[in-house]
Design a protein around this ligand. Structure first.
Ligand SMILES: *Cc1c(COP(=O)(O)O)cnc(C)c1O
Length: 382
């Protein structure tokens, strides 16, 4: 008999390809470097990397770490891999072995990489991160001459291959003044690089929100993440886009998270449900027990707040979400049986439960709801 999983994630190949097509139109010919960090935003790194390998519109994948980069190579990805986060000096061999393009913001790393490249007589392709106002990883104009010197010292160090920046305030506001300020800073730093003889071959700044809202941020390569998976970066991005008179049929969610009812029970009025006795029934209540908890990535802050979908109807979460289990109220849903499918994120009939809605209830955002889905949940491509 085919093994049934306690919960599973379904990935829609069609939705993914249609989102890529929408982003390809927005990118107007620029290289699409899809962000697959955080286990492909919780969707599953290996599954998404292999699906994107089938799609020739995607030119590069960007990951956070060298470990993730090795994961996408193992999944069969054979085009460019950019590492957005820090690479440790101890990982330089892996950079060459797996043909990775690290982000650079630290001098010792760059000179060590340069020495290794010269020794191997193998070109190293790096992306210099520029500081324009996010104050995270970038380097300033004052630091630039030292980096330029290192780039010039090493024959096999492309000088540099790319230069990038990241916007601090483009998702969470409809006021894009700070984004424009950062873009100006970026242009000034690029000028400084040219003056020092280290003009990059490709420049990049755009995440999903930037791509959707500002053509000026596209440069040579774009780095969309959340939109690839069918989600808007924020309500504000969506509003800004709609205010321009565009329709909303741009992205389609790729992920559905499902489980099954493992147990049903009838509890009398005035019964407490779950840890902390936070919920008490007022009438005879039919509870369904689900084999999913905060360990799997179902946020505990959804206790007594969210609902799940069963037979196309809403079943409210009762009591606290446990580590591996949760309870929902199915009193008013007819015909519910043990083994019935339950939708935790996704659509069931005319009802839909989005990562955005769960994010709002959990005092978080769609990004976190998705990224925290346990990597151990089986992923099934549809
Ligand atoms: C995660 C990330 C992106 C993608 O951002 P989205 O908002 O998910 O499109 C782009 N660039 C950098 C540097 C990132 O870290």
């Amino acid at each position: 008999m085919k093994q049934r999983h306690l919960s599973w994630i379904e990935l829609s190949r069609d939705a993914l390809n249609s989102n890529i097509a929408a982003l390809e139109r927005l990118a107007r010919g620029r290289t699409l470097a899809v962000a697959v960090k955080a286990n492909a935003y919780g969707h599953g790194l290996a599954e998404i990397a292999s699906l994107l390998q089938e799609n020739p519109a995607v030119g590069a994948l960007s990951v956070h770490s060298v470990d993730e980069a090795i994961g996408v190579r193992a999944a069969g990805w054979d085009r460019t891999v950019m590492v957005l986060g820090p690479t440790d000096i101890s990982q330089i061999e892996a950079v060459f072995e797996h043909d990775l393009q690290p982000t650079v913001f630290e001098k010792t790393f760059l000179s060590t990489l340069g020495k290794a490249a010269d020794k191997r007589r193998q070109s190293a392709f790096t992306h210099l991160k520029l500081e324009t106002g996010t104050n995270r990883q970038g380097i300033t104009a004052a630091e630039m001459p030292d980096f330029a010197r290192i780039y010039h010292e090493h024959k096999y160090l492309e000088r540099p291959y790319g230069a990038g920046m990241h916007f601090a305030n483009i998702e969470d506001t409809t006021n894009h003044e700070y984004a424009r300020y950062q873009l100006k800073q970026f242009q000034a730093l690029l000028k400084e690089m040219a003056r020092l003889g280290i003009k990059p071959k490709i420049c990049h700044t755009a995440s999903s929100a930037a791509m959707i809202l500002f053509e000026k941020t596209l440069f040579d390569l774009v780095r969309p993440g959340i939109a690839v998976y069918g989600h808007w970066p924020s309500k504000e991005t969506y509003l800004s886009y709609r205010l321009e008179g565009n329709d909303n049929d741009l992205f389609h969610p790729v992920l559905t998270w499902k489980t099954r009812i493992t147990q049903l029970k009838k509890v009398p009025p005035d019964s407490f449900v779950g840890y902390g006795c936070t919920y008490r029934t007022t009438s005879t209540t039919r509870l369904a027990i689900l084999p999913v908890g905060y360990y799997d990535g179902y946020a505990r802050s959804l206790s007594n707040t969210a609902y799940v979908l069963i037979r196309g109807r809403r079943a409210p979460v009762r009591g606290r979400v446990c580590m591996n289990l949760m309870m929902v109220d199915v009193t008013d849903i007819k015909g519910v049986k043990v083994g019935d499918e339950v939708t935790l994120i996704g659509r069931d009939g005319s009802e839909v439960l989005t990562a955005e809605q769960l994010g709002a209830w959990a005092d978080s955002i769609n990004y976190e709801i998705l990224a925290r889905l346990s990597p151990l949940i089986p992923r099934i491509i549809r």
